[in-house]
Design a protein around this ligand. Structure first.
Ligand SMILES: NC(=O)c1ccc[n+]([C@@H]2O[C@H](COP(=O)([O-])OP(=O)(O)OC[C@H]3O[C@@H](n4cnc5c(N)ncnc54)[C@H](O)[C@@H]3O)[C@@H](O)[C@H]2O)c1
Length: 265
């Protein structure tokens, strides 16, 4: 530990249980000296596990449905009250596909559900940033990160409409990165993470087989959630102040591979 986030204040979206990537990011940020606020959808609160994390991190939990502008505004206002000032970093770690959940195939999607999927998984990122922009809620040289997946660029059939959600999410990072960079030197990036054993991950059909496939294809193996948390800490720290508008692959080399003899065997 280096205390690399000493004095920094951040908001972590999306810690559901101890497998969640956001859970590990919250733990690592606090270990590195940051103060945080935790948030998740009110329905996720019912599981109650987030309170364990909150105790461990000495962090308040402020519920917010990320699709609701009202909730978003309340979250940032209350967080600034709690911190006595603006935030320095934010993690968007939210994903959910209604069509995948309901077992609809890609050639038979329900468009109302698709809109809900895009709202939860991608437009929420824009809503989050627009709220921060309007409330002037982030300090100069702050850092905003969202978690993505390589299905934004390549076809993984079982990922369904989440592929388009991630493409949209990554595009919002670039477009808002321009505005935040110009106005406030704030950086916006997405991290494209390896398959990871979490509630959202395992909701995708054939996930275990796919997890093993990606693990073999990647020279370093799949990147674990703990290492994704370390990467987030690096992006929140002052060591990466000029990295912005990027989609950064954290995948053990998967995205650059064509064929791996280990898989043919
Ligand atoms: N698990 C993987 O294989 C993998 C790989 C690459 C990227 N990701 C991305 O990482 C992020 C975190 O997912 P995870 O794998 O840790 O799973 P997770 O299920 O632990 O986290 C998903 C979170 O989204 C939250 N959420 C859903 N609807 C919401 C709403 N309306 N408002 C606020 N929060 C809401 C859930 O409550 C949950 O905490 C997601 O963006 C996911 O797509 C996951």
């Amino acid at each position: 530990m280096t205390n690399i986030l000493a004095g920094k204040k951040g908001i972590i979206f999306g810690a559901l249980d101890s497998q969640s990537i956001a859970w590990k990011v919250a733990e690592r940020c606090v270990e590195e000296g940051a103060q945080i606020v935790l948030t998740n959808a009110p329905v996720a609160m019912r599981m109650g596990e987030i309170n364990t994390l909150a105790e461990k991190c000495k962090a308040p939990v402020i519920p917010a449905d990320a699709t609701s502008l009202e909730d978003m505004e309340n979250l940032f206002r209350k967080s600034m009250e709690h911190f006595g000032g603006k935030v320095d970093f934010v993690l968007h770690s939210i994903g959910m596909s209604v069509n995948v959940r309901k077992g609809k195939s890609y050639t038979d999607l329900n468009y109302d559900w698709m809109q809900k999927t895009f709202d939860v998984s991608a437009i929420s990122f824009h809503k989050m940033m627009q709220t921060m922009w309007k409330l002037d809620a982030i300090n100069d040289w702050g850092s905003i990160v969202a978690l993505s997946y390589i299905a934004a660029q390549r076809v993984f059939p079982d990922y369904s409409e989440m592929a388009e959600s991630k493409a949209l999410l990554e595009s919002f990072a670039r477009s808002f990165g321009y505005h935040f960079g110009t106005a406030k030197k704030v950086r916006v990036n997405s991290i494209s993470q390896s398959p990871t054993m979490t509630t959202a991950g395992q909701g995708v059909k054939g996930f275990h087989e796919f997890f093993n496939y990606a693990d073999k294809m990647s020279p370093l193996g799949n990147a674990p959630a703990e290492d994704c948390a370390n990467y987030c800490v690096a992006l929140f720290s002052d060591m990466t102040r000029f990295v912005t508008m990027q989609n950064l692959f954290h995948d053990g080399g998967f995205s650059t591979m064509g064929m791996n003899p280990a898989l043919v065997k």
